[in-house]
Design a protein around this ligand. Structure first.
Ligand code: ASP
Length: 337
């Protein structure tokens, strides 16, 4: 009996074609099978499906995340693993969102895409699809996680970031090592891969979008900070701070945060640095944030912080203390304590 993989096509460059003006548009799934004839000769079975609407991933949103999660839930028992073909632009957000939505996932869910359409001669798409499928088939080893495969590496999805709009190795995980490296051999780094969950998978697709990301920069004005903190319906803000979680100590800034915290808005501190994380109170300039009750995001990526906050507010929104507690602990390997 062959292992079975479900290929879920969402869009992205991998399946795009150029229009008469040279702009790239998403195209149908069939193109991909035509461009990668090797897919007919695999030692595992591939079935495929596509989203209701094929999109450039710049149009990704929580409804589409739910659509993908629902497909995986519906087909979970029938397949050994899943490959999600996705545009690279927001792939790290989708991988992070799915990692939270799919609690206790016990099968590989591998997102991949490409920098050049798979129909082009020099496309990186063929290798990415073939490796992603092979890993998702679970025929060598099962990786029970939501991951991103790109170029040579399988990364934990909620640790990944798109780092290049130009190079074929477009993704990187700064704070966690790759789970698999694909060279001549596919090498699984067992010590970095999540253990098999004891509980059955459970899918929760509710996300609350009433959040914002506030990126600090020298010279940021009170008007900009206030505009964000007073956005209608706002429930939580990811503040992208400097270095190990540092922020200005100017009175107007601290008062604005304090007032927002008093209105029940959750404030999360993540660093603008690519590697490393937040260490509140390491410097005097982060002591006030700690006093105001700002939550440390540790070494989480912004992509994972955004989706984790949406997920926690969507599922525990009526209990802000619980949201705070859960945010501070790793739920899917997205942060180190
Ligand atoms: N704009 C494309 C997308 O994210 C880029 C890509 O797939 O590489 O859908």
């Amino acid at each position: 009996m062959h292992n079975k993989v479900l290929l879920i096509y969402t869009g992205g460059t991998i399946g795009m074609v150029q229009d008469e003006n040279g702009a790239l548009h998403p195209f149908e799934l069939e193109r991909i099978f035509e461009a990668v004839p090797q897919l007919k000769h695999t030692t595992y079975q591939i079935d495929s499906c596509q989203l209701k609407e094929i999109i450039d991933s710049s149009n990704m949103n929580p409804k589409v995340w739910a659509e993908i999660a629902d497909i995986i839930e519906r087909e979970y028992e029938k397949y050994d693993g899943f490959v999600v073909l996705h545009g690279t632009d927001t792939m790290a957000y989708t991988a992070s969102a799915l990692s939270f939505m799919l609690e206790n996932v016990g099968k590989p869910v591998v997102l991949t895409g490409s920098q050049l359409p798979v129909g082009m001669l020099r496309s990186d798409g063929r290798e990415n699809i073939i490796c992603a499928l092979e890993i998702a088939s679970g025929q060598h080893q099962v990786v029970p996680e939501v991951c991103i495969f790109f170029e040579q590496h399988l990364y934990r999805g909620n640790r990944s970031t798109k780092v290049s709009s130009e190079n074929f190795d477009a993704f990187y995980s700064y704070n966690y090592p790759p789970l698999v490296t694909a060279g001549i051999n596919i090498r699984y780094k067992k010590q970095h891969i999540m253990p098999m969950p004891d509980e059955p998978m459970r899918v929760r697709t509710r996300m609350d979008e009433h959040i914002a990301v506030l990126k600090l920069f020298p010279g940021i004005t009170p008007q900009v900070v206030q505009a964000v903190l007073h956005a209608e319906g706002l429930k939580g803000v990811i503040i992208e701070t400097y270095g190990s979680g540092n922020a200005p100590t100017e009175q107007w800034f601290l008062l604005a945060l304090q007032e927002a915290a008093m209105r029940g808005i959750l404030l999360i501190d993540v660093t603008q640095c690519k590697a490393g994380g937040v260490k509140l109170k390491q410097y005097a300039v982060s002591c006030d944030l700690d006093r105001i009750g700002v939550i440390s995001g540790g070494d989480i990526t912004t992509e994972a912080a955004v989706t984790k906050l949406m997920y926690l507010l969507g599922n525990y929104g009526d209990d802000p203390q619980k949201v705070k507690e859960l945010f501070e602990m790793p739920l899917r390997g997205e942060m180190n304590l």
